[in-house]
Design a protein around this ligand. Structure first.
Ligand code: ACM
Length: 544
């Protein structure tokens, strides 16, 4: 009886202490190891940020982040001057076990030290400091009368996965540059590091290609857009032209903006399907002797790229310009949802299949993707594509993004290929997160916050060795029914916060109740950042 009582008391104590830690240290994603300590560091106007010359720009970035809310113009210096208080950013090679993105953060009453082997780790350390401060630190306006206290703590932290991604479709609805930057800021704030930018589709081509200007002049605009899901006939259209594109200078600016925040952009150029906007601009790329418009409704377009050598050259020219703009290792070539009837009905495609000794259209698709894989590999890059690229045989260097469940990812990992898990079931943030009653029209599905949080990217059917091929996971925001950036925010957050913890935090430290408690503070930060997040719902149940 006594031991039952002791056990119960101990348990209660643990719960109280962990709730206390969640309130005092409301960091998302939850760090790997967090040791609470007594006392506080207080940020003062005289606090100095100490860096060496290679980390000075990060110190300045931290000073700039702390400035609006506090009104303090903290100095960034090479040396610790006087008795402190100071915040030191320090490169330390001995922390190599933490990788380039890990960091150690020590908060003491008179100083804060962030140490890491490389700049991304220091950056994530200071992102953690932001979340240890009162949430008002995210205010764009100076707030008087707040004590900018940071509770003492030692944190040792490093991400679970190397690919921590968010995707954004800017084709179905164009998103302005300012918003793309805000989205990148949100990615970085959650210690995610990959922005998958879906730049071309049937409904719009959104990136300037100098060699082929009609891609944006014609392919960047559609006459009008389907209203609603268009399930009942006759379909209704809004009668309003829609479009836009990013110039190469704008793309370079966004790539640089992302790089400063340690976010790599993975551009997606869809092929051979989802290509109607390109075919509308250059009809010779298609299979039919017909002029198509940029697609005005959802689903697949009416044509796919043909398999002529001239089309392969055209697309490789496009990829060459894309590689010039995006320095990251991965280039996404789409590869999803390629209706094979276009090639079946095309005498030219059938002749090409015979010439190549291929026996079906799946093999033709695989041949197409392999041509791009070889081209990208010759330029030192790696191809990534949606899981349909498995059909007809996977290209040697391909990384698979598994969206139709995790099966494609499992097959690819078993075959020794790298994989990014992006299953519709858990990571499609265009699905309903509540309701559907009372929610704005969405594409369907039901993926509430708790379901995202429960996602495990490494299926237990994989061996340990195969599991190493799972690079990470990614959240998708398709915008058929998301007309503007406010609505993107509503769909992406707070589910992005849950996914951040899926890809960063070790399984043993994951705890939905604790996450939700931290999220209530985190939501205040997001509101101060003017993010139109969905109201928090701990356990959303489907209403229809
Ligand atoms: C996809 O959702 N078609 C990748």
């Amino acid at each position: 009886m006594k031991s039952v009582l002791q056990c119960g008391l101990l348990w209660m104590l643990i719960i109280i202490m962990s709730s206390y830690a969640n309130q005092i240290y409301p960091v998302i994603p939850q760090p790997v190891d967090l040791q609470p300590e007594e006392g506080f560091f207080e940020l003062k106007p005289a606090t100095v940020i100490v860096t060496d010359s290679s980390t000075r720009h990060l110190g300045q970035m931290l000073a700039d982040k702390l400035m609006p809310a506090t009104g303090y113009h903290l100095s960034v210096s090479r040396r610790s001057v006087g008795e402190g208080p100071w915040i030191e950013l320090k490169l330390n090679d001995s922390l190599e076990d933490l990788g380039t993105e890990g960091y150690r953060l020590r908060v003491q009453a008179d100083r804060i030290t962030i140490e890491a082997t490389a700049q991304p780790g220091l950056f994530y350390g200071f992102m953690t400091i932001m979340q240890l401060l009162p949430e008002e630190i995210y205010s764009p306006d100076t707030i008087e009368g707040i004590q900018w206290k940071i509770p003492c703590v030692t944190i040792t932290d490093t991400p679970r996965f190397q690919w921590r991604g968010m995707h954004l479709d800017v084709c179905r609805h164009f998103m302005p540059i300012e918003f793309v930057k805000k989205y990148i800021d949100l990615i970085a704030m959650h210690k995610m590091n990959t922005f998958h930018w879906h730049l071309t589709d049937d409904q719009g081509w959104r990136i300037e290609i100098k060699k082929y200007p009609k891609l944006t002049e014609v392919g960047g605009w559609r006459k009008e857009t389907l209203v609603g899901r268009g399930k009942s006939l006759p379909r209704e259209f809004d009668g309003t032209p829609h479009g836009g594109f990013y110039t190469q200078d704008e793309v370079r600016d966004i790539v640089a903006y992302a790089k400063e925040r340690f976010v790599t952009i993975v551009p997606e150029i869809e092929m051979p399907g989802h290509s109607q906007a390109a075919i509308a601009a250059y009809p010779e790329l298609g299979n039919y002797d017909k002029q198509f418009d940029v697609c005005r409704w959802w689903g697949y377009g009416e044509d796919v790229f043909n398999v002529e050598e001239s089309t392969i050259t055209f697309l490789q020219d496009v990829l060459a310009e894309v590689m010039d703009l995006f320095p990251g290792k991965f280039i996404h070539i789409g590869g999803d949802e390629v209706p094979k009837n276009h090639w079946k009905n095309s005498p030219a495609a059938q002749a090409r299949m015979t010439e190549l000794g291929l026996s079906n259209e799946e093999q033709l698709q695989s041949w197409f993707i392999k041509r791009m894989d070889t081209f990208l590999a010759e330029h030192g890059r790696r191809l990534v594509g949606w899981d349909e690229i498995l059909e007809g045989g996977l290209a040697p260097g391909a990384t698979v993004m598994s969206w139709r469940g995790t099966e494609g990812g499992i097959a690819a990992a078993q075959a020794g290929h790298d994989v990014v898990m992006a299953p519709g079931s858990h990571t499609y943030f265009d699905y309903y997160q509540a309701g559907p009653a009372g929610e704005p029209l969405a594409i369907g599905g039901f993926t509430p916050l708790q379901k995202v949080y429960a996602f495990e990217p490494v299926p237990d059917t994989l061996t340990e060795q195969q599991g190493k091929h799972i690079l990470g996971a990614q959240g998708q925001v398709w915008t058929e029914f998301i007309l503007d950036s406010d609505h993107v925010e509503y769909m992406a957050l707070p589910r992005m916060c849950a996914l951040a913890e899926v890809v960063w935090t070790p399984v043993a430290q994951k705890d939905y109740d604790a996450f939700y408690e931290r999220l209530t503070t985190h939501a205040q930060r997001l509101k101060l950042l003017d993010v139109n997040l969905h109201p928090l719902l701990k356990q959303a149940e489907k209403t229809e």
